[in-house]
Design a protein around this ligand. Sequence first.
Ligand SMILES: *[C@@H]1O[C@H](CO)[C@@H](O)[C@H](O)[C@H]1NC(C)=O
Ligand SMILES: *[C@@H]1O[C@H](CO)[C@@H](O)[C@H](O)[C@H]1NC(C)=O
Ligand SMILES: *[C@@H]1O[C@H](CO)[C@@H](O)[C@H](O)[C@H]1NC(C)=O
Ligand SMILES: [Cu+2]
Length: 187
Amino acid sequence: MQLRYLLTFLCPAMLAVSQGTNSTTGALGDARPVRNNPVIGETWVASFDLPAVLGTVTAVASTIGINYTVDVTGLAVDRGPYKYHIHIHPVPESGNCTDTGGHLDSYVRGDSPPCDSALPQTCQVGDLSGKYGTVAGPEGLKEFNDPYTATNKIQLGYIGGRSIVFHDASGGRIACAMLEKVEVSTS
Ligand SMILES: *[C@@H]1O[C@H](CO)[C@@H](O)[C@H](O)[C@H]1NC(C)=O
Ligand SMILES: *[C@@H]1O[C@H](CO)[C@@H](O)[C@H](O)[C@H]1NC(C)=O
Ligand SMILES: *[C@@H]1O[C@H](CO)[C@@H](O)[C@H](O)[C@H]1NC(C)=O
Ligand SMILES: [Cu+2]
């Protein structure tokens, strides 16, 4: 009798809690905006030199997160739309994009459900095309601010040692390049 009472009391309450929970939020919560990049304007670049993806993805440290410019060409229109992400590992000597590992997922939300671009804070931090749109080809041109990635090492969304990977419509990793800090010459 007591147990039965407990269950009828608890179940609606649990249901209410689970409905209120945002199912796409990561285990560590929603991504939080980065406001402590050490040098505003610090620039990182991933350079793509294949005919199928030629150009750059540039990341500039901003007061909140990072400003990105995607500027590539060569994308075959019949293989698009193309996704592009920050993956967690560097590109190996061999150039094999498989070795760049999975998406930068600092808040541990997993690949599914897919990113809802209306709620970018709930997406995988590295899912740039999910948050800001795919590119169709032959050019891929995008400019956006992503509040959740960082040039500050202590931040979950730190981009150092990561790679940018382009995927065709089938999901294949057609090109990858490391994000590298642009050293400013002082001469
Ligand atoms: C998901 O979380 C965001 C805040 O991060 C909130 O704005 C949105 O309403 C939530 N969605 C649902 C279905 O609870
Ligand atoms: C980043 O972009 C915003 C506009 O989206 C701009 O106001 C800001 O100055 C840019 N930051 C840098 C460091 O370029
Ligand atoms: C890339 O690496 C993966 C996993 O190690 C392997 O299965 C695949 O054959 C490699 N691709 C090439 C082109 O070497
Ligand atoms: Cu990817």
